[in-house]
Design a binder for this molecule. Sequence first.
Ligand code: SD4
Length: 318
Amino acid sequence: MKRRKFIATGAAGILATALRAERIAAARPESLILSTWSFGVPANEAAMAALREGKTVLDAVEAGVRVPEADPSVSSVGYGGYPDRDGRVTLDACIMDGNGRCGSVTFLQHIMHPVSVARKVMEETPHMMLSGEGALRFALEQGFPQENLLTPQAEAAWKKWVLDNHYQPLPPEDIHDTIGMIAMDRNGQIAGACTTSGIAFKMHGRVGDSPIIGAGLFAENGVGAATATGVGGEVIRIAGSAIVVEQIRHGKTPQAAVEEAIRRIARHVGERGKTMQLGMLALDAKGRYGAFSISPGFQYALTLNGSTSLQKSKSLYP
Ligand code: SD4
């Protein structure tokens, strides 16, 4: 009798879980893609095109962020990115799927698509992160072409900066704009990618939050994803993207979770927060999303059920 009751209760539990999963799936948008800044619009469109072709959500975020990586007019990502204070373009990127698979490259030079190298690190090595010389050697072995990423415009900006600033790195508040992209497909599979040339005119060797899993990016199926842009050191300090996803796991909406993360950063930085930019995006497994920044002006690209628009984020400070 006891056993029969136990089986009946167990079966009811399984049925309830299945019904809940079905309800979540029914409410989920057909596609949801979020990425930072206005260059996120063509990036989201490329990601959406990949999903339409039946590619995985991991393929989609990679294809998406490759767009600004290859665009010489974007001075903060990939080709055309502003160099460090020694005039070298050094890139950081990472990629993660919702099953905890991830790869990352930091301080990588001469390769236009660091996100794709990060994916190769994930798929072709026993490691998660390669840096500098080792990352470059690996990229070349994988067949990525070695290229000059310093455009004449970026070189001119650097030369002017050298004259104006006497080789003193700028406070990182001044120059930013990474692409972080997070996405969920119609089956609820989640992935993200993040890629940047980092803070302009940084010290040689400086690495920010963008290639660090849990800081610049985090994704987990069944829970959600988050990504960050802005002053990377402050995002690292609070493990930004990881804590956003963790709060979603514990019941916060993506909007409440990104607001809490930005408030936490604001407590660390005090008055400096009023002159710095730092933005976060998040989505959850139910298809809800959120955006928040410390200062006004943060924009993000939103693709919902196939149509893409540029949105203004709310900010902590007016
Ligand atoms: C970094 N978070 O390297 C990056 C910079 C950036 O928009 O541009 N973010 O700290």
